[in-house]
Design a binder for this molecule. Structure first.
Ligand code: UT7
Length: 328
């Protein structure tokens, strides 16, 4: 019997309608379109409207994935959601998405790995499919970053946006699907990128409510240095392990944190720009959603057998790279 790989067999993305442009931000903090564009590559991002939640976006992703694949949500076995902005501390967003999408035979849970959340979740989902027990696993990456951003802090509010994307994983015996992964974690990076208040170490109290520590803190320059080397290193490592040259890789799907980090990773891999998925200008950094949103936008250009490298770096620190062959 040939090896069972977990392969992506459908993909969908969902972003909120509301646009927050660089020009809107110019009116909110001391910044300008030129600075944001040259330093990050971002022109605009999407932000949820009042009442719109991660589980709403995720449920839509699940429903459309099932429609595209011609299956019922009742056939889904498991839904894993990479996020740091779940609707609530509990229940998990996965739990709510199963309910809202009609995937009532599924169970699931959330995975917290910041911008690497989709990669961590995808490798987790892969194990369930490769075990032979699970046939249809949906892996989602989604974040409502606007819920934890301080719109008075120009260091962070210009970067992040809201969005959600997901894929269906199914068994594949043709040699396509997820081939290899390298995932890393280094908790000593905590001080450079975090949300200090609101966890059990520093609960929100009457005294500290409204303090800037309730929101995302990022020391951009330090994170940039780690991100630019780590994302490139891990992508080079996965290429080496699988004997791939730049010519062999059809697509790089990088986390969309900063155009300069993406360019450095592509250069290190020996890839020309036309092989790199980039939509940072429209959506900004949507944390766990960036990679599935790219796959969704490029789905029509992908061909069976295409060799694809996914790469991310995020808070924690967490980072990693996945090599897969497109299955449809
Ligand atoms: O996705 C998770 C992982 N996160 C990342 O990978 C993000 C990594 N970091 C970055 O992408 C970049 O560090 C940022 C885009 C966040 C910042 O870019 P930078 O080139 O590192 O800028 P900087 O923080 O070194 O700031 C340069 C200057 C400073 O002024 P002085 O000290 O040179 O006078 C800042 O005060 O730009 C100033 N500045 C701004 N000016 C206008 C900082 N933020 C802004 C702003 N608008 N929004």
């Amino acid at each position: 019997m040939s090896k069972i790989n977990a392969a992506i067999t459908a993909v969908h993305g969902k972003v909120p309608e509301k646009v927050l442009s660089n020009f809107d931000l110019e009116k909110m903090v001391d910044t300008n379109d030129e600075w944001i564009t040259t330093r990050t590559g971002i022109k605009e991002r999407r932000i949820v409207s009042d009442g719109e939640t991660l589980s709403d976006l995720g449920a839509e992703v699940v429903k459309v994935i099932c429609e595209k694949r011609g299956i019922s949500p009742l056939e889904i076995d498991l839904i894993i959601v990479g996020t740091v902005t779940s609707d609530h501390r509990f229940p998990s967003s996965s739990n709510l998405i199963c309910h809202k999408s009609g995937a009532t035979n599924a169970w699931g849970y959330d995975v917290s790995a910041a911008c690497s959340g989709f990669l961590y979740s995808l490798v987790t989902g892969q194990q369930f499919v490769e075990s032979g027990k699970y046939k249809k696993v949906i892996v989602i990456g989604g974040d409502i970053m606007s819920s934890i951003i301080n719109y008075e802090d120009r260091n962070t509010c210009i970067i992040f946006g809201d969005g959600c994307g997901g894929v269906l994983l199914e068994p594949n015996e043709e040699g396509n699907g997820i081939i290899d992964s390298v995932l890393k974690a280094d908790g000593s990076g905590k001080e450079y990128l975090n949300q200090k208040l609101g966890g059990s170490a520093h609960p929100i109290t009457k005294e500290n409510v409204g303090h800037p520590d309730m929101y995302v803190y990022q020391e951009g320059r330090s994170v940039f240095k780690f991100a630019v080397t780590s994302m490139a290193d891990v992508s080079a490592e996965i290429m080496e392990r699988n004997n791939l040259t730049g010519e062999d890789v059809d697509w790089l799907v990088p986390h969309q944190a900063n155009l300069r980090i993406i360019d450095a990773t592509a250069n290190r891999m020996g890839l020309t720009k036309d092989k790199v998925m980039i939509n940072i200008e429209k959506f900004g950094n949507t944390t766990a959603a960036t990679i599935p949103l790219c796959l969704w936008e490029w789905e029509n250009q992908l061909k069976k057998g295409d060799q694809i490298v996914l790469a991310a770096f995020g808070g924690g620190f967490t980072w990693g790279s996945i090599f897969l062959r497109w299955a449809y």
